[in-house]
Design a protein around this ligand. Structure first.
Ligand SMILES: NC(=O)c1ccc[n+]([C@@H]2O[C@H](COP(=O)([O-])OP(=O)(O)OC[C@H]3O[C@@H](n4cnc5c(N)ncnc54)[C@H](OP(=O)(O)O)[C@@H]3O)[C@@H](O)[C@H]2O)c1
Length: 196
């Protein structure tokens, strides 16, 4: 059975965002995020998508919103470069949209889903990375096999926080350790017990 993977960065006091922005600038961590997610599907909540202002390049961007048409209408600067594409076999409801670039490049498709439950990793041939923000991590972590978590080594003021995960995940690897941050790989404990 295929699961989601989660990738996130949090401070010592569990902050992940402030004023709909990430409150630090760590280029090496950004490169790590890029390396992990390139060519895959990045799932994000509508607020995170709006904070980025544009889709992540060379990835399929899947946006969760309960108001897909509102999102499409309110961002002509993004969706103007895309056309709705009706070839996606995984689209089962009128509340899911699939856009492809007008130039036909499917590498940067945008998918919009109005429910997390409708998203089945088994229907996609590539990895699905849960990329935030707080609301989406809280809902999706129980369905993630892996968590790649950057720990920013400072206290930061914020209004978006990473949910409790420690009772559900076990550390399997220290990926790297720098002066300002470390990256750790956790696995879902239930799957580890099953040997998956
Ligand atoms: N440090 C990190 O790793 C990291 C990563 C990503 C984001 N962030 C930060 O996190 C903050 C944003 O987090 P947030 O919790 O405020 O917002 P969010 O999770 O990015 O987006 C929330 C929105 O997602 C939609 N949504 C939520 N659950 C849904 C569901 N089950 N089905 C369909 N749509 C759903 C709703 O959109 P509608 O209101 O349109 O229905 C909701 O308002 C920002 O500060 C951002 O910078 C940090």
């Amino acid at each position: 059975m295929k699961h989601f993977k989660a990738i996130a960065a949090m401070s010592e006091n569990r902050v992940i965002g402030h004023g709909n922005k990430i409150p630090w600038h760590l280029p090496e961590d950004f490169q790590w995020f890029k390396k992990m997610t390139l060519g895959n599907i990045t799932v994000m909540g509508r607020k995170t998508f709006e904070s980025l202002g544009q889709p992540l390049a060379n990835r399929k961007n899947l946006i969760l919103t309960r108001h897909p048409r509102r999102l499409i209408k309110s961002h002509p600067e993004v969706f103007g470069a895309y056309k709705e594409w009706r070839g996606g076999s995984h689209l089962k409801s009128p509340y899911q949209f699939h856009f492809t670039k007008i130039d036909g490049n499917h590498e940067e498709d945008i998918l919009i889903f109005n429910s997390l439950e409708m998203l089945n990793p088994a229907e996609f041939p590539i990895e699905i990375f849960i990329c935030g923000g707080a609301q989406i991590y809280a809902q999706a972590l129980p369905f993630c096999s892996d968590l790649f978590l950057t720990r920013v080594k400072r206290h930061v003021e914020g209004d978006a926080f990473f949910p409790a995960f420690e009772d559900r995940f076990e550390l399997v690897e220290d990926v790297l350790d720098r002066e300002e941050f470390s990256i750790r790989h956790y696995r879902n404990s239930a799957l580890l017990r099953l040997g998956v």
